[in-house]
Design a binder for this molecule. Sequence first.
Ligand code: ZN
Ligand code: ZN
Length: 410
Amino acid sequence: MENNFNEKLREYARLTVRLGVNLQKGQELVLSCPVECAYFGRMIAEEAYIAGAKEVITIWNDELMTKLKYDFADSEVFKEFPNWAVEQRLMYARRGACFVSIAASDPDLLRDVDPARLRDASIASNTALKEFYDYTMSNQCAWTVISVPTERWAKKVFDKGDDSVSLLWDAILKSVRVGGGNAEKAWDEHVETLKRRYEFLNDKQFSYLHFKNSLGTDFKVGLPKNHIWAGGSDVTQSGIPFIANMPTEEIFTAPDRNFAEGRVVSSMPLSYQGTLIENFVLDFKNGEVVNYSAEKGYDSLKNMLESFDGAKRLGEVALVQYDSPISRMGIIFFNTLFDENASCHLALGKAYPASIENGTNMSEEELERHGLNNSLTHVDFMIGTPDLEITGYDEKDNPTPIFRNGNFVI
Ligand code: ZN
Ligand code: ZN
């Protein structure tokens, strides 16, 4: 039993290195790893060296240390993000390293922290790391985000005492298709299915999509000319395929930053800066949020929308069917990596330049002229439900059903 579990972890680590960032011989790998997940970080490092990595560089983080800082440090501290930490990432990015991040945190950790401190810290880090994020968002280097359970996170998800961690491991391994035989083969098939769907949508070049469900979402969103749907596998600018999120179930593109009309109702809690925003409503006009409310976490929602230019406009529209493996587990993970892959979602903030033809060669001004939103933030939130209908409309306003009853009909 124990051996079997270790073998699965090993397979997951191998998938991360070989399929996730698709590490090339002689390449450097930068690993961001919570201290609690060190055992798995070491497995990734070992697999990376076996695959021919030149060096694995680890950036450790400790959320309890972060919490202490939020509770006790001088408030000036949060207005600054150190240059050396920016340079650390940029130096390796410029040299063509690939990046693995392990996303694992206690969703309630920062619940009682002063929102002004959280806002200052996110403005400082997003501003300082802009150049680095540009590397990843425009696929100049291969990167992947994966997850590993931590005790506090697992207890929040399952509330089953000491069993929670192994339950969360089971769910994570299932979501990344490990344990059911040949995981690499399962991923190949999965990537093919996503490709068939995004190619259909790329051919159609819909002018806009209409989303509607009984929760209250009734919303139209425009798609820019020559938009590109993508999903599953990405390709770096130098031609190396990689998978930016594991798991991933979405196909996505960039919406027109000036065309979003109507009401969007969230269908899952959103973990933002260590607090949960629940049951929130956004009203859009001419592409912009003009009204918003939330049953819980209103201050966080306000922070999210008001802290950055461009945060009130959309940068991503993503389709995930209700019958996806993660969604079928019926678990709220309180972690965007999983929750966004259980549900159709939108993102406020920056659009991916690769979502439009030739976009990775365009300046920010050109991208904006072509309808892609720019911002220092990008936050996904879920809107999918079992009764969600999505209809695509072409230039002549002819409808094509894309989703009925929460699932693809294409
Ligand atoms: Zn997404
Ligand atoms: Zn996103």
